[in-house]
Design a protein around this ligand. Structure first.
Ligand code: MEV
Length: 321
């Protein structure tokens, strides 16, 4: 049996984070500049059923049998074996690694789950289609936070820009013009589970107010989908900033995000917002070839710990949809 490898991108949410947990739409895109990787090699000298899991990033170096039930990496392996109906595997070692920063809104957890699920299923000669990889990764997402919408696992498993609504099949997003995004890390780590739990507590206390924000975000997201399709870049930027104001209102921003967003817009970005759970993590700014350099300089000057440039290519272009 040869070694098998699998790799999946990170993601950013362009529109609709948090509201998507409450049945609003979201638009998300894969970010291929950062990836998770899994390599599986047979362990020829070990007894069948032996599964070693090594992940230096999370200091994991254990036999699957010794990992707690709720260990995300082990859970992804076990779910895949159960889904495939495999009782005993040939012995193997699974090595997981990732360039996607953790707890930063870039989908690190969902990406590593997808890589594990794909690598294990391929290793066993039973490759799974994206919808099944996504469905299994969704189960692992529930370990990270109780009520995931499923947007992260879906955009990563399908590896394409999507319009997503909880519980419904995703729809591809057509892109009318190249869109250039700068993704800037505040360096502030935030647990998605904690932020989502906080929003839920506030929603329970002020349901009508929060429902109105989620409805507003839904309207913004659906308008953004039409603008992305027709390539109206200025309008997309304005909608991003409008979405961010809703996110401020539900208290998921952070001073470090505000500083970077303000710097990006002042330096000429079409619009900017937090992306993902917020309370730290990453912001995204929409730029063009003329403003890209000055916006990047401005956000680094304002304290960004790392900036990634990603392009959502127009349909028909290399990498475009
Ligand atoms: C996390 O990337 C996005 C959130 O909307 C949570 C979720 O959709 O499950 C904050």
């Amino acid at each position: 049996m040869p070694a098998i490898s699998a790799s999946y991108p990170g993601k950013i949410i362009l529109f609709g984070e948090h509201a998507v947990v409450y049945q609003s739409h979201a638009i998300a895109i894969p970010v291929s500049q950062v990836k998770s990787h899994v390599v599986i090699q047979p362990l020829l000298s070990a007894a069948p059923g032996t599964i070693e899991i090594h992940a230096l990033d999370t200091h994991t170096r254990a036999n699957l049998a010794d990992l707690p039930e709720n260990h995300p990496l082990g859970y992804a392996v076990r779910l895949t074996l159960t889904h495939l109906g495999v009782q005993t595997t040939p012995a193997f070692i699974l090595r997981a690694s990732s360039e996607i920063p953790m707890s930063a809104g870039l989908g690190s957890g969902a990406s590593i789950s997808c890589s594990i699920i794909r690598a294990v299923s391929n290793f066993l000669g039973k490759p799974l289609p994206p919808a099944e990889v996504s469905a299994l990764a969704f189960e692992v997402e529930k370990l990270h936070h109780g009520t995931p919408s499923g947007v992260d696992n879906t955009v990563i498993a399908f590896n394409q820009p999507i319009l997503f609504k909880r519980g419904e099949p995703m729809l591809p997003v057509t892109v009318g013009v190249d869109l250039n995004f700068l993704i800037a890390d505040t360096g502030v780590k935030a647990s998605t589970g904690d932020v989502v739990t906080g929003v839920r507590a506030r929603w329970q206390a002020e349901q009508a107010t929060y429902d109105a924000f989620f409805q507003q975000v839904d309207t913004i997201t659906l308008a953004a989908r039409a603008e992305i399709q027709s390539g109206n870049i200025a309008q997309i930027g304005l909608l991003m900033s409008e979405n961010h104001r809703c996110l401020q209102s539900i208290q998921v921003s952070h001073p470090a995000l505000e500083v970077l967003i303000e710097a990006a817009v002042s330096a000429g970005a079409y619009g900017a917002k937090l992306s993902g759970a917020g309370a730290g993590g990453n912001m995204i700014a929409l730029v063009n070839n003329e403003t890209r350099e000055s916006v990047e300089k401005a956000i680094i000057h304002a304290g960004a710990k790392r900036v990634i440039h990603t392009t959502l290519a127009r349909a028909g272009q290399p990498g475009g949809r």
